[in-house]
Design a protein around this ligand. Structure first.
Ligand code: GRF
Length: 209
């Protein structure tokens, strides 16, 4: 069996996607799953995502934009902190910041994001709300590689969720929860397959071997 790949996971919030990855590694074992989480990074303190990492005994790091003079300095600091753990793959699991040039120069082509809409529809920070406001009847989630646009990188996998009439009553909160159920499974599946099988990015097409 090949050696487990090293993952750094970046979070900004509740970290349920991180938890799904932690649970998959714990239940299957790093070798069978193909990957292990070696550190968790965040752009803010005091979030449940960091607590989940600490409970799992993982090292964490926080790099806050406001602690740096420029966005470029923050980006370089985030890239340095991430690179210190020598990851094979970096996963943005609800990490709500756009990374910059240096981070992409170091981790481009191995930086995976999960987005709560069917890209290229509804990119950006409000994918669930925007799909609802548009009146879409289906939405879902997209796991993709990150490029220098906002949610524009090559798509790895997508999951579909139907919109219900009652989703308009709570501004998409229940819809987002249904999307996240699909999203967690998709992310665990995709990260495991990328790690175990290897992959190629051919233009916009991602081929998992
Ligand atoms: C996910 O739906 C992700 O796509 C979005 O924020 C949510 C993060 O959830 N950007 P969690 O922190 O993993 O629970």
């Amino acid at each position: 069996m090949a050696k487990a790949k090293r993952l750094v996971v970046l979070v900004s919030g509740s970290g349920t996607n991180l938890q799904a990855l932690l649970d998959a590694v714990a239940s299957q074992g790093p070798d069978a799953y193909g990957a292990e989480i070696v550190a968790v990074g965040a752009d803010r303190d005091g979030i449940a995502g960091l607590e989940r990492a600490e409970r799992a005994g993982l090292p964490t790091f926080v790099r806050r934009v406001k602690d740096y003079g420029t966005r470029e300095e923050w980006d370089a600091a985030l890239a340095g902190a991430t690179g210190a753990y020598a990851p094979d793959l970096v996963v943005s699991a609800g990490f709500m910041k756009i990374v910059g040039k240096e981070f992409l120069a170091r981790f481009g082509g191995r930086f995976v994001n999960t987005h709560p809409a069917l890209l290229p529809s509804f990119p950006g920070a409000h994918g669930v709300r925007d799909a609802l406001a548009y009146g879409a009847k289906v939405t879902g989630c997209t796991v993709h590689f990150v490029d220098d646009g906002v949610d524009t990188g090559p798509i790895i996998a997508q999951g579909v969720v139907e919109v219900r009439n009652e989703d308009y009553e709570d501004e998409g909160a229940a819809l987002h929860e249904r999307i996240k159920e699909v999203e967690r499974k998709l992310l665990v599946d995709v990260v495991g397959r990328l790690a175990r099988n290897g992959y190629r990015i051919e233009g916009r097409k991602v081929v998992i071997q």
